[in-house]
Design a protein around this ligand. Sequence first.
Ligand SMILES: *Cc1c(COP(=O)(O)O)cnc(C)c1O
Length: 428
Amino acid sequence: MTENINVFYKEAGIDEDVYLLGEKILFKLKDKFARIDEISEINQLKVLNAFKECNVSEACLNGTTGYGYNDLGRETLEKVYAKVFKTEDALVRPQITCGTHALALALMSNLRPGDELLSPVGKPYDTMEEVIGIRPSVGSLKEYGISYRQVDLLENDAFDYEGIKNAINEKTKLVTIQRSKGYQTRKSFSVDEIAHLISYIKSVKPEVKVMVDNCYGEFTEVHEPSEYGADMVVGSLIKNPGGGLAPIGGYIAGTKECVENAAYRLTSPGLGREVGASLNALRSLYQGFFLAPTVTASALKGALFAAGIYELLGFKCVPSMNETRHDIIQAVTFNNPDMLIAFCEGIQSASPIDAFVRPEPSDMPGYDSKVIMAAGTFISGASIELSADGPLRSPYAAYFQGGITWPHVKYGILSTVQQLKNKHLITV
Ligand SMILES: *Cc1c(COP(=O)(O)O)cnc(C)c1O
């Protein structure tokens, strides 16, 4: 029996013309979806193989309490991460509270007073400005006598190699490269581009350490920056590698030295990685990592679908539908606050949790303008789940990401179009 699927969409509040617009785009995206599936297939094998090689057992799924000495599950999970990211070591902990914390930890533990941090890719993610001390903040790197230098991207988002060479000096100890665009409309970098940049930086100063902010990039390609000279890759478990199941956490995968430094900073000098009870988090951390390649694929399809629809409707999308993707974020530039708000309302109304809530712009810690956020998620604030946000400032871009199943993301995007239509902001 063939079902007429648009009848079900109609019942779910999606008009036929909106549904058909989606189908038109999906037809054009067939080959790109096939490539996304292929990447997830390769990454699934990579992750499964790491589980097998590390002898993940049922006992690993049980956690510890108190000091957490001899936590088999925690130690094995760290080996699994190291294997997948092809690094010497990894720190994967529920005590790392979010991505910003993981990044701050990696920086603070590997820099000392008098050292300089360099960003060769322009301004870092908003919350990192306070970590570094670009915006004055209690406990910033700047307060500890660690200086910062930045080389902006050239007009076409190319690396300014000459400027980078000039910026590297005797104090430069660590270089931070942000893979994903974050709240900017620059492009995100491919692993290939990052590999070139790392090798250039190390040719100028071989002993410099390179950290890649890997947030949103994991499993979008078949290789990770840690395979090309990054000393550390760092990210959040409520994004891609948590697979939508991890309730909290962050990871730092990298060289033995960098990871050890981070462990002594996370807990305490002398204690390092030997403490840190995993409580009841391990089962979801393992299962989420196992699901992460396919979950990331769903999110990638959603991002592509959003670009397809909104480009057809005449909005500027970064990346565009025809560009290759290096993270799960889709920016849609509305140049209009009402449209940005309607987009977020559409996402919220399509969420499994809190669908009845209307999102409103508000002040957020770590961000310097009002932000509107739509997220009806199982894990609070998890942006690997269907979510959208955007700072209420020109050019009023919505940053859309996540979606742990493809049918859900599809419905979410169609709901945004429907909401813009309902508010007479667009005609379909
Ligand atoms: C999300 C993100 C962060 C910060 O992570 P939080 O978990 O929100 O603290 C840092 N950098 C990039 C590129 C991100 O996408």
